[in-house]
Each structure stands twice: as C-alpha cells, then as structure tokens.
Design a protein around this ligand. Structure first.
Ligand code: FES
Length: 175
C-alpha cells in the first residue's frame, strides 16, 4: 500500500526501472531507520547487502524518503568507495591506497593489477570473475602494501604474489 502510494506520487525515471519487490525492500530499509538523514550511510550499506550493489533507482527513492536532495544522496554515494553501482564479480579484490601502502608501492601494484586484469578500479572482468576496487587502509599497515580478496587480508603483496593470490582464489572457487 505504502509502495503504491509512493509510486503514484511521481517517481524518478530511475526508480521506475525497479520492480515492486525492490522498491519495497528499499522502503523497508529506510523505514527501519525512521527515514533519518543521519542514517544515510547505514542505509546504503543495507541496500548494498540486500542487492549486492546500490541500484541507480535507489538513490532518488532514498533521497525522497529522507527528505534530502538527490545531489546530496549522489554525493555521499560517490564519496564512499565501498558503494557499488553495479553487481560485483564472483571475487572482489581490494587494493589499499592509503598512506603506508603508498609509501610501499601500492600505486605500482595497482597499475600492475589493472593491466593484468584488463580493468580499472570499480570494474569487473568480462568473465564476471574479478572486481577490482580501491580501499583506504585495511589496518594492515605494518605489512604494506595490503590487499583484501573476498574479505581475506594479505600483506606485502608484489606483482608475483598478486598473480598467485588471484589464481588461488579462482582455483578454490572452481574446485
Ligand atoms: S595504509 Fe594500507 S593497510 Fe593501512
């Protein structure tokens, strides 16, 4: 009923691309947070947990529920590197770009990873296997440069170790 009422009240075109179930899921999340603008980041996390990413249509939907501008909703979404606009690949590789890892060569590791996988940050390989993302400190500074793959942390990663880790994770998934 609530969904139908909101739908009738003039949805943004991106919202119309979401089905009723998806809209109801997003509404349930914002309502659980009492439509509080302060909860925007938690809401994004919960939407991403529910969908695997944050669908384009979720942004105007959430902005309206929280009574904030669409620009504000988009600004927060793009500022935090944790939030994805597309579904991730089967494996998510995060390369730390924060200070300590920079001092230990994460930029060249990042360049290697991009070239090796043929994708940029925030992109997924065409076979859907690997999504490459940046992260800002994994709390593993003593073992910089640090990488996280599917939630597991690895330190002192150089190009050879990067290749071995990526191959391992693919092999594990295949077995
Ligand atoms: S700066 Fe990379 S783990 Fe802390």
């Amino acid at each position: 009923m609530e969904v139908a009422r909101r739908n009738a009240s003039g949805m943004h075109p991106a919202e119309r691309r979401l089905d009723e179930d998806a809209l109801a899921k997003i509404d349930a999340i914002t309502e659980r947070h009492h439509n509080q603008p302060d909860a925007l980041i938690e809401i994004y996390h919960e939407v991403q947990d529910a969908f695997g990413y944050i669908p384009e249509g979720a942004l105007p939907r959430i902005a309206r529920a929280l009574n904030i501008s669409r620009a504000e909703a988009r600004g927060v979404f793009t500022f935090y590197h944790d939030f994805r606009a597309e579904p991730a690949g089967r494996h998510v590789v995060k390369i730390c770009r924060a200070e300590s890892c920079q001092a230990m060569g994460c930029r060249s590791l990042e360049a290697y990873a991009k070239q090796r996988l043929g994708i940029g940050l925030g992109e997924t390989t065409s076979d859907g296997e690997i999504t490459l993302e940046a992260v800002y400190c994994l709390g593993n500074c003593a073992l910089s440069p640090a990488v996280m793959i599917d939630g597991r942390l690895y330190g002192k990663v150089d190009p050879d170790r990067f290749d071995a880790l990526v191959e391992n994770v693919k092999r594990r998934a295949a077995s």
